[in-house]
Design a protein around this ligand. Structure first.
Ligand code: PEP
Ligand code: MN
Length: 336
């Protein structure tokens, strides 16, 4: 059960509502976000919700039978749209393209990618400065210095930044230089990190775990929302299976299913999803037709020299073609 409280509700009224929730046998959790003030009631007992709905201070009340509540479509039918400022909005009604290298490598590299994005009217640049790598000897990112450089060059060119945060202690140093925090597949169920990002008040792109179910992804998103942050984007990035002809299995089933279950935007990462440069375009276009609200992919001025994930990274010519084709496909989808 979700109770939406009226904005600025006096404490006495809220306490009365909390008391009533307990009396009908539910555990009450209070949640305050940038957008609203809620009580999430957890319990199974059947009761007439009008008894709570009529209390002073209640704006609305909804039954939500899903395990996750606040991110469910069952109470919020309207899709969530996330406004990054300067006309950059993520969510239904637009198609968001986020592109950039796997890793931020140098000032020159950032300049070249930014120029490529500006030329193609792409407003959000990806790039990791804290990199989760399978080998401890691999390039692990330029860290905060790299992020500051990334931020400066993007700000000068009207580009928004999405970058991965790996641990709680990094949030406070990163927050002013980031437009969207990315939670990587390996951290998809790092509940301490999710709690902390709930308090961070910057949008979060949450990737599906390497072997994560959709239910686990949705519950992970509920952690962020219930800690105060409604600005969440879900990302399908491929799951591990027995198949080894490609890096992961990009599960495009997830797109329409997630969009039916949650009001949050859903985007797709075909680069990590298939892991092979030659097929990133096909899977990106399939993602558009599956109903994705955007695509995030890897591009680099010289993929063969990239410090990480070069095998799945597009050069600028391929990237430019992909952007054009995704936008054409999106127009086609919206015309149905
Ligand atoms: C990345 O986006 O570079 C990345 C490491 O992705 P994932 O967490 O999906 O593996
Ligand atoms: Mn990568």
């Amino acid at each position: 059960m979700i109770i939406q409280l009226q904005q600025g509700i006096p404490a006495e009224l809220k306490d009365t509502i909390l008391q009533h929730v307990k009396e009908v046998g539910f555990k009450a959790n209070e949640v305050k976000t940038q957008e609203g003030h809620y009580i999430v009631g957890i319990g199974k007992k059947d009761f007439d919700i009008r008894t709570l709905g009529q209390l002073p201070g209640v704006a609305d009340i909804h039954r939500v039978s899903d395990e996750y509540k606040l991110i469910s479509r069952k109470w919020k039918v309207e899709p969530t749209r996330i406004d990054l400022g300067e006309g950059v909005v993520i969510g239904e009604g637009q198609f968001s393209i986020m592109a950039g290298p796997c890793s931020i490598e140098s000032e020159k590299q950032i300049e070249l990618v930014v120029q490529h994005l500006v030329e193609n009217n792409v407003k959000i640049m990806r790039g990791g400065v804290f990199k989760p790598r399978s080998s401890p000897y691999a390039f692990r990112g330029l860290g905060l210095d790299g992020l500051q450089m990334f931020h400066r060059l993007c700000r000068e060119n009207g580009i928004k930044i999405i970058t991965e945060v790996m641990q709680v202690s990094q949030i406070k140093d990163m927050v002013e230089f980031v437009d969207v925090f990315q939670v990587g597949a390996r951290n998809s169920q790092n509940f301490n990190l999710l709690d902390a990002l709930g308090e961070a008040q910057k949008p979060v792109l949450l990737k599906r775990g390497i072997s994560g179910t959709l239910e686990e992804l949705l519950q992970a998103a509920e952690y962020i929302f219930s800690n105060g942050n409604e600005k969440i984007i879900l990302c399908e990035r491929g799951i591990r299976s027995y198949e080894n002809a490609y890096r992961n299995v990009l599960d495009l089933n997830a797109v329409p299913v997630l969009k039916a279950k949650t009001h949050l935007p859903v985007i797709v990462d075909p680069s990590h999803g298939i892991g092979l440069r030659d097929f990133v375009e096909e899977m990106s276009l399939a993602a558009v037709m599956a109903g994705a609200d955007g695509v995030i992919y890897e591009t680099h001025q010289k993929p063969e020299e990239a410090f990480s994930d070069g095998q799945q990274t597009l050069n600028f010519k391929e990237s430019e073609r992909l952007i054009k084709r995704m936008l054409q496909t999106y127009v086609l989808r919206e015309s149905f």
